[in-house]
Design a protein around this ligand. Structure first.
Ligand SMILES: Cc1cc2nc3c(=O)[nH]c(=O)nc-3n(C[C@H](O)[C@H](O)[C@H](O)COP(=O)(O)OP(=O)(O)OC[C@H]3O[C@@H](n4cnc5c(N)ncnc54)[C@H](O)[C@@H]3O)c2cc1C
Length: 453
């Protein structure tokens, strides 16, 4: 008995010593997931975010008449998103995830054709007939089966697709996708592993959380608060200073500096470079060499349904003269009943961070975009528009160039106690909340390992 009590006392003593005070910068899916694992190990976690609530890029907003929130940028999960769905399972909320089957189409010569899997693409006339279709099918099967993405990152998606799918299929199917996502500047240089990741594991059923992604982020934050994680919203961290071998000082704008044993940053590479004092030249150079695209997205509520066919996602090639890349009719995925009967559409584009659309006002953008809605439904009239919201971010989509795996910043930065986990490191996967959860939990694992050493 005596030995037993002594053991428990020593255990608690050691445990107390091992309890760390940890700061997490970012209450997106990555930061929240890391906070969950660190807190479960008994560490004291404080999460900072410049925004006024959790969710990061997947954050939503709600009008008074809406029961569900709408993401600022269109969001859904794939049935293969095992990390985020696994986390939701652990939290006990799997019954709140729904997987409707919406319809994605691609524009071709004034018509829209199904385009949400290799199988549906095979049935449409865009890729032509005969040998073209056979090659397309073989490529689809190969990309679905192979896991050797390393070999694919040595070549551009453009050269690989031209070689194996043929010039014509490349121009009709893949060039619009690459141009839309990466613009004229990078579309020729994005590597084939990025395209592989898109085609390898995606599903036609698309998932969301009852109430929207924001409902999940709020419930997750609530659970973390119950586990004693602290949240400091509306707080911008200006600087992170390494003060000695085992401590970092965080300097928030307009607030008192705070001392921590460790810190995880989940912001863009450029923001980390501007915040952290004392990063090595090699790490800094690596961060600043990473390329990304921004996003400009208008959310519009309409009095009537736009797509009479009930399509959800329209892929729109720039060459067809649409001033945006994607049109997404959210209420052809989720019932307008959740949104007070409003019909919600997104009009979105990925643009270089210095593109003029980052400086135009909402009204100027509406003026440019609204006329194109009549190409989706000739009966559309501007007086269908009830209300609109403009969302912009300069960090929306990392650009993976040839041999990109050699340029990824390590989660453990050269500063002791400072860790970094962001969208730019989830490669070969394309960014997404699923991979934010994966990398957030991976960073937490590495931190816990280091605390034990
Ligand atoms: C247009 C668009 C469409 C998308 N579609 C999907 C989709 O359909 N499905 C999907 O799963 N994912 C989608 N994503 C991607 C997804 O949103 C991201 O991969 C994911 O949210 C990233 O999470 P994160 O935690 O890594 O980073 P973020 O969500 O970016 O969180 C980082 C947080 O850090 C905060 N921050 C940064 N710097 C500071 C600072 N100095 N001080 C304090 N706080 C700071 C920011 O405010 C932010 O909240 C989409 C993204 C965009 C832009």
């Amino acid at each position: 008995m005596e030995y037993g009590q002594q053991f428990i006392r020593i255990y608690h003593e050691v445990y107390r010593l091992k309890t760390k005070r940890i700061a997490i910068i970012g209450a997106g899916f990555g930061g929240l997931s890391a906070a969950y694992d660190l807190s479960r190990k008994g560490h004291q976690v404080v999460v900072y975010d410049s925004d006024d609530g959790p969710g990061g890029l997947a954050r939503g907003f709600k009008e008074p008449a809406w029961k569900w929130s709408v993401e600022k940028y269109y969001h859904h999960w794939f049935a293969s998103d095992q990390h985020v769905l696994g986390l939701i399972n652990e939290l006990g909320w799997r019954n709140k995830v729904i997987f409707p089957r919406p319809y994605t189409v691609m524009y071709y010569k004034d018509e829209f054709y199904p385009f949400d899997s290799i199988m549906t693409a095979l049935t449409n006339p865009i890729i032509g007939w005969g040998l073209s279709k056979l090659r397309f099918g073989m490529i689809g099967l190969y990309l679905r089966l192979t896991t050797n993405w390393k070999a694919l990152e040595k070549v551009s998606a453009e050269s690989w697709m031209k070689k194996w799918a043929g010039q014509s299929v490349y121009e009709k199917m893949w060039a619009p996708l690459l141009q839309g996502k990466f613009g004229d500047r990078y579309m020729h240089d994005v590597n084939m592993a990025w395209m592989w990741a898109r085609l390898h594991a995606r599903t036609t059923r698309l998932g969301t959380f009852e109430g929207g992604f924001q409902a999940f982020a709020n419930a997750f934050q609530q659970r973390l608060s119950e586990m004693s994680v602290q949240f400091q919203f509306g707080t911008i961290i200006k600087e992170i200073k390494h003060i000695n071998e085992s401590h970092l000082k965080l300097i928030p704008a307009g607030k008192k500096p705070e001392i921590f044993d460790a810190c995880l940053v989940t912001s863009s590479p450029r923001q980390l470079a501007g915040m952290a004092d004392g990063l090595s030249q090699t790490y800094l150079k690596g961060l600043l060499s990473l390329k990304h695209m921004g996003a400009v997205v208008l959310v519009i509520s309409l009095r009537q349904q736009l797509s009479r066919e009930g399509y959800y996602w329209f892929n729109l090639p720039k060459s067809a003269g649409f001033p945006f890349l994607a049109l997404v009719e959210h209420t052809n995925y989720l019932s307008p009943d959740y949104f007070g009967g409003d019909h919600i559409i997104y009009i979105g584009d990925y643009l270089e961070p210095d593109h003029e659309h980052f400086n135009l006002s909402k009204d100027e953008l509406l003026k440019r975009f609204i006329p194109s809605l009549a190409r989706i439904n000739p009966e559309f009239r501007p007086d269908w528009v009830k209300k609109s919201w403009l969302h912009r971010t300069r960090y929306a989509q990392p650009v993976p160039l040839i041999h990109h795996s050699e340029n990824l910043p390590e989660i453990r930065t050269p500063i002791k106690g400072l860790y970094y986990a962001s969208m730019s490191q989830v490669y070969p996967w394309d960014r997404g909340t699923n991979f934010a959860v994966e990398i957030g939990r991976k960073a937490a694992r590495l931190m816990i390992e280091d605390f034990v050493c």
